[in-house]
Ligand binder design. Structure first.
Ligand code: CS2
Length: 490
C-alpha cells in the first residue's frame, strides 16, 4: 500500500514545521503565474506565501501550466498543495506551500486563462516559461513567430503559445476595462522586463492592434525586470521519496532546492503587488546590474560546468566541479573574464560572489544533472557568455576563458563524450547547430557556428581573434578531451 496523498485533509497530520504558512484556500487570487515548473514552486510561490503570512493581501496564485497536464492533475488532486525540501550537506527540511489558489492547464482551456488575465482581481502575472517560450531571437530580441504564434496573433482560434495568451489576455483586459497590471518575467533572459515589453509590443504590432489599445498597454501595463536565483533541479523519484519520508504522505508535486534564494525586482507594479520585500526580496529601480551579475557569474559558469562536465562523462554539476582543474578554470573565467566585463551592483565583488556560486554548485545534496543545464544552449549562451565576450572585446580585452565555454558547447553539440558515448542536443535550434558543429575541421565548425545570426551577434561573428581562440580550444578538446585540455591551460 502506498502512503495517503497530500491534500487539505492531510495537513493536520503533518509535522508542525512542515505545515503551510497560510491557510490554503483562504486567500483569493491576485496573481496568475504561467509555468508551473519546479523553479516557480520553489521560488516565487515560496516568497509569495511568506509575504502573505507576514503582510496579508489578496495575492493567492493561480498557477497555469502551458502544457503539463499531469502536473495540473496532480496538483488539483492535492488541493493545490506541494512541498519544497531545502537540502544541504548538513541539513534538510520539508515544508508544504499554501500559496496556490488554483491551477489551470492552458492547453485544455486557453479561454479560461485569457479570462483570468482580464479579471480585475488579477493585478500581477509572473512567468517562468523558459527562454525559448518567448519566441524571441536570442541574439537581438526580435520576435520569431512560428506558425502557431502567427495563428494566435492573426486568427480567433484559441491561443496556443505564451505570447499569444499574453496578447489575447491584454486585449481582453482592455476591452473589459479591468485596470492596470504588471507582467513579470522571472526567466533568465537578458533585461527580462525590457525583453517582455518588446515581445508584447512586437506581437501587438504583428496582430494589427489598434493604436488606442497599444497606448493603453503603454500606460497601464508594467514590465518590471527581475533577477531570480535558486538552484532547483528537476524532481526525480528520489525527490518524491524524500518528501514522502519527511511528510508521511505522498506528494507527487514535490520539489527540492538549495537553501539559497535571491529575488531582485524592479518596483513597477501599477496594480499593486504582494509585500515580497517582507520575504526578503529586494525591490529596486533597476535590477540590471544584479541581473548581469547573476547571468554572467552564475549561469555562465553553470553552462561552462555543464558542457565541460558532460563531455568528461559527469552526471551532475557537483561531480563535474570535482574534475581536476575545473574549479581553477572556472575561477579564472570569473576573475579574468566575467569580472572584467561589467560593473557589478554597488558593494558586490564579482570574485567573492563567484566563490559563493562555486560553493553552491558543490552542494552534494543537490543532484543537478549536467544535461539539464546543458539544454537550450542557443537560448542561454547569448546572455551567459556572448555578452561577456562582446563587452570584453569592445574594451579591447581578450576573452580566453569565455572562448573555452563556446568551444565546449560546440564540442557538446558534436554529440559525444570524450569516451564516445552519445550526448543528446536538446535545443529548439538543434538542427542548425548540429549541422554547423559537424563541419570538417574545428576552424570550419567555429565559422559555421559564428554564422548562426539568430544566436551570435555580428560583432562577435566578425572577431578574428575570438575565432582563433575558440578554434584553438576546440582543437584541444577534440584531440585530447577535457581533463588534459584543462590541465594544459592552467
Ligand atoms: C541553470 C539555471 O538550468 C540552467 O540553465 O543555469 O536553471 C540555474 O540553476 C538557475 O538560474 C539558478 O538560479
Amino acid at each position: 500500500m502506498g502512503a495517503s496523498r497530500l491534500d487539505l485533509g492531510a495537513l493536520r497530520r503533518l509535522p508542525a514545521e512542515a505545515r503551510p504558512l497560510v491557510r490554503p484556500g483562504t486567500v483569493s487570487a491576485g496573481i496568475v503565474h504561467l509555468g508551473l515548473g519546479a523553479f516557480h514552486r520553489a521560488h516565487q510561490a515560496v516568497y509569495t506565501e511568506q509575504a502573505l503570512a507576514l503582510a496579508g493581501g489578496d495575492w493567492g496564485i493561480v498557477g497555469v501550466a502551458p502544457r503539463n497536464a499531469d502536473l495540473v492533475r496532480i496538483l488539483a488532486a492535492q488541493d493545490n498543495l506541494f512541498s519544497v525540501s531545502t537540502l544541504s550537506a548538513a541539513d534538510r527540511h520539508t515544508r508544504v506551500v499554501g500559496a496556490l489558489a488554483d491551477v489551470r492547464l492552458a492547453a485544455a482551456d486557453p479561454h479560461a486563462v485569457v479570462a483570468l488575465l482580464a479579471d480585475p482581481a488579477i493585478r500581477v502575472v509572473t512567468l517562468t516559461v523558459t527562454e525559448k517560450a518567448y519566441q524571441l531571437d536570442p541574439a537581438g530580441g526580435t520576435l520569431r513567430p512560428d506558425p502557431a504564434l502567427v495563428a494566435d496573433l492573426t486568427t480567433d482560434r484559441p491561443p496556443a503559445t505564451v505570447p499569444g495568451l499574453l496578447v489575447r489576455g491584454l486585449l481582453a483586459r482592455h476591452a473589459a476595462d479591468a485596470g492596470p497590471i504588471a507582467l513579470v518575467s522571472c526567466d533568465n533572459l537578458p533585461a527580462n522586463g525590457r525583453r517582455l515589453r518588446g515581445l508584447v509590443s512586437q506581437a501587438l504590432a504583428y496582430a494589427g492592434t489598434p493604436q488606442p489599445v497599444v497606448d493603453w498597454v503603454g500606460a497601464q501595463v508594467g514590465f518590471p525586470g527581475t533577477m531570480v536565483d535558486r538552484i532547483v533541479p528537476a524532481s526525480t523519484p528520489d525527490t518524491l521519496a524524500a518528501a514522502r519520508h519527511a511528510l508521511g504522505v505522498e506528494d507527487l508535486a514535490a520539489v527540492a532546492a538549495e537553501p539559497y534564494a535571491q529575488w531582485v525586482v524592479e518596483n513597477d507594479f501599477p496594480g499593486g503587488r504582494p509585500a515580497w520585500e517582507r520575504a526578503g526580496a529586494v525591490l529596486c529601480a533597476d535590477a540590471g546590474p544584479w541581473e548581469r551579475l547573476k547571468l554572467r557569474a552564475l549561469n555562465g559558469v553553470h553552462s561552462a560546468t555543464a558542457y565541460l562536465g558532460a563531455l568528461a562523462g559527469c552526471e551532475t554539476i557537483a561531480d563535474a566541479l570535482a574534475l581536476p582543474h575545473l574549479a581553477t578554470v572556472l575561477r579564472r573565467l570569473l576573475a579574468e573574464d566575467v569580472a572584467a566585463s561589467f560593473t557589478p551592483p554597488d558593494g558586490v565583488d564579482v570574485v567573492d560572489y563567484g566563490e559563493q556560486v562555486l560553493a553552491r554548485f558543490g552542494n552534494p545534496a543537490i543532484r543537478h544533472r549536467t544535461l539539464q543545464v546543458a539544454m537550450d544552449g542557443s537560448q542561454k549562451l547569448p546572455q551567459r557568455i556572448l555578452h561577456t565576450i562582446a563587452d570584453l572585446r569592445a574594451a579591447g580585452r581578450p576573452a580566453r576563458w569565455a572562448a573555452l565555454v563556446l568551444a565546449a558547447w560546440i564540442r557538446f553539440a558534436q554529440g559525444s563524450t570524450d569516451d564516445g558515448r552519445p550526448l543528446p542536443l536538446d535545443d529548439p535550434l538543434a538542427e542548425q547547430i548540429q549541422s554547423a558543429a559537424a563541419a570538417a575541421s574545428p576552424a570550419d565548425a567555429v565559422a559555421a557556428i559564428f554564422a548562426l545570426d539568430e544566436i551570435v551577434p555580428p560583432e562577435i561573428a566578425a572577431d578574428a581573434q575570438l575565432h582563433a581562440d575558440v578554434t584553438a580550444w576546440l582543437t584541444d578538446l577534440t584531440h585530447h578531451g577535457v581533463p588534459p585540455t584543462l590541465a594544459g591551460a592552467v
